[in-house]
Structure formats: C-alpha cells, structure tokens
Design a protein around this ligand. Structure first.
Ligand SMILES: *[C@@H]1O[C@H](CO)[C@@H](O)[C@H](O)[C@H]1NC(C)=O
Ligand SMILES: *[C@@H]1O[C@H](CO)[C@@H](O)[C@H](O)[C@H]1NC(C)=O
Length: 495
C-alpha cells in the first residue's frame, strides 16, 4: 500500500502532536519526582528511609517521632525495627510507607521478613533515636548533601536532648579483644559519637556491616564502622528537636531502661568479642572471665589455643587473671622460702617486655624439689587438691609430676610449678613433656637467682637468662617472636 502525500502529512502532524503532548506533560510533573524517574512522593526526601531501632517498648515517643517526619513529607518511608512485636502496641499510622519490621524469625513468616534490609529500598537510611522530633524542614536533605560531598562514610546531626553529642576517637583491636575511646584528634570527624544523634549513611553500607541493627545501636554501629576505618562527620546544623512528650521521663522508666541497656551492652560486647572497653581517663569496663566464670578458652591442643586460629591473642581478662595468679603464687613461695624462677615462655616474656607473652595461656615457674615441703599449700597438693583461703586451687597435675595453681575452682587459668633437683651440677626432673624447652640445664644459672620485672611485679629469674633461654629455645629466641607451635599456627599467618 502506498501513502498519499496528504496521508503522510497527516501522520507526521499526529506524531508531532503526540511528542509535544508528552513533553508538556513531562514538564508539568513535580521536579523531584522527575529526577527520580517518576516515583511517588512530593517535596521532601524519599531517597532516605527513617529507621527507628533504639527505643523501649514499655515507654517511648516513637509515634510522635514518626508523625513529625510524616508531617514534613507524607510519603516519607519509615521503618520501625523491633526484635518482637512491641508491647504495649505502638500506634503507628496505617500507611504503606510506614512499616514495622520484626527481626526475630517467626515460624509462620519467611526468612526475608526478619531481615531489615527487606524493608529499606532507598539509597540512604537515617537512624533516628527515640525522643527525636523533625521540626526544621530540609534537615535530611542537608545531611544527604553532606554525605554526597564525601569525606566521611556517615554524617550525624545532634538531637537537642540533655545528653549532648560528643565526638570521640575509637580504636578497636580484635586481636586484643579491646575497644579504646578517647578524645577525637580532628573534630568534627569522629570515629564514634556519644549522646543522641540522627545518623545518616548509605543503605548498602549499613547492611554490609556484620550486625547492622544490634543493640545498643550506637555502641554496635561505631565498633563496626571504626574497625572498617569509616568516620562520622558531626554536622554543625540546627539540632533535631526533642519530642513534646519525651520518653523515659519517670525515674522508674529510666531505671528500667538503664538496666536493660546494660544487659544488652554486655551481651553485645561478648558476642562481638570485645572483652575490655577503656574510656578517656582510663576507666575500664571488663566483659570477660572472672573467678566465677569458666576459663574463656577450651583445653589447649598442640600448644595452640583456639583463639590463635581466630587471629586473636589471649583475652585481656585471662592475662589479667594470669598476672594475678602468678603474683599471688610468687608471694606464697617467697614467704615459705621455696626457691623458684621464671621458666619457659614466662621467662621469655619477662626478657622481651617484662610481661606475659600476649598470646600465652599459662605461667611457668621452676622450683627446687627439696623446698616443696616448706610450703603448706604444696604439701597439701601432694595429698590432693586444696582450695586456699583466697580461692586459688593447688593440686598435683594429672599430666605428670608437677604442681598447678588454678585461678579458681571454676576458672582453670593456671600457673605450673616444675620441681627440679640438682644432680652433678645439672638441674633435672622426673617428668618431661614433649617440648623443645623442656631440657636439663646447669645449676649455675640459678646461683644466684636475679630479679626481673614480670607481669606487674618483680620475680626471680635465672642469671644470664639470655643464654638460659637460647639453650632451651635456640638462638635469637628473644628477638624473634613466634607462636608456641608454628607447625600448627604461626605468627606470620595471623597478620
Ligand atoms: C588509636 O591508635 C592510634 C595509633 O596507634 C593512637 O595514636 C591513638 O592515640 C589511639 N587512640 C585511642 C583513643 O586509643
Ligand atoms: C561489602 O563489604 C565488602 C568487604 O567487607 C566489600 O568487598 C564489598 O564491596 C561491600 N559491598 C558493598 C555493596 O558495599
């Protein structure tokens, strides 16, 4: 079929008309929605999801928080995340853009329903603490702009509560199981914040963390971001307002929230493997083993404790308990007139840096066999296990003819005491373990004994201990640190 000239002109006119019509209607769309490719929404910032995680079910201002953001933009995506259905129920508006995410898996729901990332489809997410109120328009947009400008992985805006936001430095060492807070060297760039703040970051960054919404949220968030070297930029913009009816305003509610917060914090730090938190000024919080708990690592196989396979060193609480036990045992031996000296890895640690080697799991002392009778606890241990008045347990080791002093009945961190006796000027003993350092040595190393700083006190050690150590472990042992059994796990593998 051939088109006449008239038909062609008509078709061209119709096509032109259609083009003009689409162009004009595109021009008339709201600007924001045009830029986003036609999403629903109006003036504000639907590229940010408000995520509310840190609140107490029994007393909160979450509905007011949500309403305040919806007043600025009715299409604002909001996700309230809780482990289980909050009780008493939260009265949230029934809108498709306001959702409650329950993070604990439930038998009747698919796994995705308990994953918070299922609920967040925007590029950015703002973590908003309970008690916050949006009053000033454009605050989220300014935070997005600051984040886009670069320089920090997170941006934060304070909330005008009684708990002002502080900018902190934070060093996390997994190997040492520690988190150290201090003053930030270059504010407003911080590793962590203390106090209430709205924090904005990219959704993909948040959900690429190991435990994105673990509570207490601020503690868990900054431990994870600091470990990755991500900084928070504390913006100097007008703070977010405080709820008209702030949460936890009675003493009882505050007490309850603090108690639950402490319990959550302990669980969190134990789970993340942080055993010691230190604050500026040196205040220390321990989350590790005690006299009442069991030892925080299992029976050591092949001289290589479990933590070495996880690229970690001895938990600081264990080092502390070992130091305490060693100090105590040395005090008892000295008072009883038992000649003793630092042995094996403990002498090596003393020679290197005056302390227990940071990955060691016990303390070794040599003693003169003929002095055992001088000490009441050792005499008792010959007959069976003795718990002394300080709760330390003295016993004969099951592995052979030596003594062991345990930190407590439940916590089996220990100091081993190896009895030697002289024979023709050579120190020897009756039980030998399959260790390179477990060898006879000339008695002159013990005549006289010298004093050497160790683990926070001064202990006795062989004279000429460098030669003593090289005799036992081989040349260069002081300068070249290595794990106890490099065939299984070596220091080079760890780092
Ligand atoms: C963090 O580590 C750096 C580098 O070792 C050190 O200079 C800084 O003082 C440490 N800060 C804190 C708070 O421990
Ligand atoms: C998530 O983190 C890993 C490293 O931990 C990184 O390689 C990966 O690119 C990250 N993914 C996204 C989407 O950022």
């Amino acid at each position: 079929m051939r088109l006449t000239r008239c038909q062609a002109a008509l078709a061209a006119a119709i096509i032109l008309n259609l083009l003009v019509f689409f162009y004009v209607s595109w021009l008339h769309q709201p600007r924001n929605s045009r830029a986003r490719g036609g999403h629903r929404g109006s003036a504000a910032s639907p590229q940010v999801t408000i995520l509310v995680r840190e609140f107490e079910a029994f007393d909160n201002a979450v509905p007011e928080l949500v309403d305040s953001f919806l007043q600025q933009d009715p299409a604002q995506p909001v996700v309230v995340a809780a482990d289980t259905l909050p009780y008493p129920p939260l009265s949230l508006p029934r809108l498709p853009n306001v959702r409650l995410a329950l993070l604990q898996p439930a038998l009747d729901r698919p796994a995705a329903a308990s994953r918070p990332e299922t609920y967040v489809t925007t590029e950015f997410v703002a973590l908003v603490p309970d008690g916050t109120r949006a009053e000033v328009p454009g605050q989220l947009e300014r935070m997005v702009e600051a984040l886009r400008a670069g320089g920090a992985r997170l941006v934060a805006s304070p909330v005008a509560t009684a708990n002002p936001t502080r900018c902190l430095a934070l060093n996390v060492s997994l190997r040492e199981w520690t988190a150290r807070y201090g003053p930030a060297p270059s504010p407003p760039r911080c590793d962590a914040l203390d106090g209430d703040a709205v924090v904005l970051l990219r959704t993909r960054d948040l959900f690429n963390l190991s435990a994105p919404l673990a509570r207490p949220l601020a503690t868990s968030l900054y431990l994870q971001t600091a470990l990755r070297g991500w900084q928070v930029w504390l913006l100097e913009q007008r703070p977010f307002a405080v709820a008209h009816q702030p949460p936890l305003s009675t003493a009882h509610a505050r007490w309850k929230a603090e108690r639950e917060g402490r319990a959550r914090r302990t669980t969190l730090l134990r789970t993340l493997g942080i055993r010691l938190v230190t604050w500026e000024g040196g205040r220390a919080e321990w989350f590790g083993c005690s006299k009442e708990s069991t030892r925080c690592f299992g029976t050591v196989v092949g001289d290589t404790p479990a933590y070495l396979y996880e690229d970690r060193w001895t938990p600081p609480c264990c080092l502390r308990a070992l130091r305490e036990t060693a100090h105590y045992v040395v005090g008892v031996l000295e008072a009883a007139g038992v000649r003793y000296w630092l042995e094996g890895g403990s002498l090596l640690g003393a020679a290197r840096h005056g302390d227990i080697i940071p990955w060691d799991y016990d303390v070794d002392l040599g003693i003169y066999l003929e002095d055992v009778g001088n000490c009441e606890q050792l005499r008792g241990a010959e007959a069976g296990s003795v718990v002394d008045e300080k709760g330390f347990v003295w016993e004969k080791a099951v592995e052979g003819d030596f003594f062991r002093v345990q930190y407590s009945e439940s916590n089996h961190l220990h100091v081993d005491l190896w009895p030697f006796y002289p024979r023709n000027g050579v120190m020897t003993k009756d039980t030998w373990l399959d260790h390179r350092q477990d060898v006879e040595f000339p008695e002159h190393f013990l005549q006289p004994l010298v004093r050497l700083p160790f683990a926070g006190f001064v202990a006795q050690a062989p004279n000429n201990y460098r030669r003593f150590l090289e005799l036992k472990f081989g040349p260069g042992v002081i300068e070249n640190p290595e794990y106890p059994n490099p065939a299984l796990r070596s220091l080079a593998e760890g780092s």
